[in-house]
Design a protein around this ligand. Structure first.
Ligand SMILES: Nc1nc2c(ncn2[C@@H]2O[C@H](COP(=O)(O)OP(=O)(O)OP(=O)(O)O)[C@@H](O)[C@H]2O)c(=O)[nH]1
Ligand SMILES: [Mg+2]
Length: 310
């Protein structure tokens, strides 16, 4: 598997504009003209972090770490606080993550990416973007349309796929597991390198739909014994704290390997990524920063944190 590394600093910077502007404006309002970093300013820093949806627990932890670091360091300038914060955030993304995927050895073809999430988070759009990304690396991609709920779902996918010249597997079966089973067997016989499976949006409290995910996982395992290579939960980046609940609930039913965080371009709440990684101990794999086909970037913690502050 080639590493995509398609991230483009300009795209990340533009995509995170709202979060960055809000963060930087608030930070400079708080710090400008203050020669010495006081306890009060530190408390304000915590509130600023919470306003980006980092959550109070994480914000407290970050402020505490910064407090410790500056107590042994005479540089209490805004710039230094900003740099310390960047280091803390990068470490959090890099260290706090358990990657189940790294335990597996992949020899099998096709590689399988299963995409799940609640309604409207951007699953289908992200899949089209992923297909484009992998196709540009010369992968033979097949998209499986296993959303049997939304009438227009298939047309939406077909329209994207037609533009990209990527085949879509569909069937008249109403059972998503059956469609997936057939598509994987088809892929095995058709020299497909990568199958990306689109599923119907489901709320995390809809028990029967959540149980269906387990069935889907089982069917994939029956065709490819390691199961999906990736099971990605798509989270709408503007959802806020509810996304933690979604992630916790989905992970009770299915082995997630990471997140796609979509719609980061429309929100000032890009801090949610840190909380999701910390609480779920799962990596963010891709971020969506716009509605266009090229607006999906492979996640890179270094660039993400830099783009938030620079
Ligand atoms: N601004 C922006 N919009 C996005 C992004 N990703 C998806 N969208 C939009 O979000 C809306 C919903 O996207 P879909 O891909 O249909 O979402 P879905 O999860 O497949 O929806 P269901 O199948 O109904 O559950 C569409 O209008 C997309 O254009 C993104 O990164 N940024
Ligand atoms: Mg969809």
């Amino acid at each position: 598997m080639k590493f995509l590394k398609n991230f483009n600093i300009e795209k990340i910077t533009n995509g995170l504009e709202k979060t960055r502007t809000s963060l930087i404006n608030k930070l400079s309002e708080t710090f400008t003209g203050k020669a010495i970093l006081t306890e009060e300013t530190l408390d304000q820093l915590g509130e600023i972090l919470i306003s980006t949806d980092m959550g109070s627990k994480l914000a407290d932890e970050l402020v505490e770490n910064i407090r410790k670091k500056i107590s042994s360091n005479s540089d209490r300038s805004f710039n230094n606080v900003k740099n310390l914060l960047k280091v803390e955030l990068k470490e959090l993304l890099q260290k706090n993550i358990y990657e189940p995927q790294s335990d597996k050895v992949f020899h099998s073809k096709p590689r399988i990416i299963l995409v799940v999430g609640i309604n409207g988070t951007g699953k289908t759009t992200s899949i089209a973007k992923l297909a484009k990304l992998y196709k540009s690396l010369s992968y033979n991609v097949l998209i499986t349309s296993a959303d049997k709920f939304r009438a227009a779902a298939n047309e939406q996918l077909e329209a994207w796929a037609k533009k990209l010249d990527v085949p879509v597997f569909n069937s008249i079966s109403r059972d998503p597991s059956a469609v997936i089973y057939d598509s994987l067997n088809h892929a095995k016989n058709s020299n497909i390198d990568l199958v990306i499976i689109d599923t119907a949006g489901r709320l995390h409290n809809q028990k029967n739909l959540m149980n269906e995910l387990q069935k889907i996982e089982k069917v994939i395992t029956s065709v490819s014994k390691n199961g999906p290579d990736e099971t990605l939960l798509v989270i709408d980046g503007s959802t806020g704290q509810n996304s933690l609940l979604q992630a916790r609930e989905f992970s009770k039913y299915i082995s997630l390997t990471g997140f796609i965080i979509s719609k980061l371009d429309g929100t000032a709440k890009g801090g949610i990524i840190f909380q999701l990684c910390r609480e779920l101990r799962l990596p963010v794999k891709y971020i969506g920063v716009g509605e266009k086909i090229d607006d999906l970037l492979e996640f890179d913690s270094e660039s993400y944190v830099n783009a938030l502050f620079n």
